[in-house]
Design a binder for this molecule. Structure first.
Ligand code: FPP
Length: 244
């Protein structure tokens, strides 16, 4: 197999972890079983990303739209989140991983908010990798809340409308501390963005795999990274310009 080139890894890797429900249904189990099994894949992705030296890993763990799921499933996802934060805390410290969360965090149950706050605070000086959980996150909501803040800034004479540029928009997004996404992986065969980071993924390379999230392992991450390394990112320029 072609080796990974460490100088050609994405700076910011994001993953839409999809297919837990279908994975479980295929096995005659309920959807919650799939989410439980998906935790192992989260561990694998995080450990492998930090081992490879990827500086930013973002996981889409719960979308704005996921609030419409059955209450019981939402409850289990929140419990899994709290449990994972508690169980993985030591490993985050050991691996020098900083945790961040983006999204409408104030909509999450208090216990989840408390646990997140604790782990974010305790890992804030870690500098090997930033692991961001997108929770209660929607790309349109992110842009909407940025527009609201900027509009308030204009109203209060802090921002002048003609000075609004891309960097001002960036600064008001939930993701203000993150660079643009370089590689976006979605598992489970669906080929959609599903209201993930619309602005931030403007120039992301998209990679879709049919593997369901609970089956996602190092080999699948390597396949995606190898595929990424063989792409030419042109950002609107010509191939000749890029090579020159
Ligand atoms: C998508 O599968 C997955 C989710 C909505 C939740 C992802 C959550 C985890 C893997 C566990 C907890 C997370 C962390 C970060 C510890 P789906 O339910 O949409 O699957 P389907 O499309 O087959 O129904």
């Amino acid at each position: 197999m072609e080796p990974l080139q460490h100088d050609k890894l994405p700076r910011h890797l994001a993953i839409i972890m999809d297919g837990n429900g279908r994975w479980a249904n295929q096995r005659g189990k309920n959807r919650v079983f799939g989410h439980t099994k998906g935790i192992k894949s989260v561990q694998v992705a995080v450990e492998e990303a930090v081992r490879l030296g990827i500086p930013y890993l973002t996981l889409f763990a719960f979308s704005t739209e996921n609030w419409n799921r059955p209450t019981e499933e939402i409850g289990t996802l929140m419990e899994l989140l709290v449990r994972s934060l508690r169980n993985e805390f030591e490993k985050l410290l050991k691996n020098q991983i900083r945790l961040e969360a983006v999204g409408a965090i104030d909509r999450l149950p208090t216990l989840v908010q408390q646990e997140l706050k604790h782990v974010i605070e305790q890992t804030k000086n870690n500098d090997k990798m930033v692991l961001t959980l997108a929770l209660s996150y929607g790309g349109r909501e992110d842009l909407l809340q940025a527009v609201q803040q900027i509009a308030a800034g204009v109203k209060n004479n802090i921002i002048s409308p003609e000075k609004i540029d891309q960097s001002i928009i960036n600064k008001h997004l939930y993701t203000r501390k993150l660079p643009d996404i370089d590689l976006l992986i979605r598992t489970s065969g669906e080929q959609r963005i599903s209201n993930f980071m619309l602005w931030q993924a403007a120039y992301a390379e998209l990679y879709f795999t049919s593997v369901y999230w609970p089956d996602f392992r190092e080999v699948h991450l390597h396949d995606a990274l190898l595929n990424y390394q063989n792409r030419e990112r042109r950002f609107g320029k010509t191939s000749e310009q890029i090579k020159a």
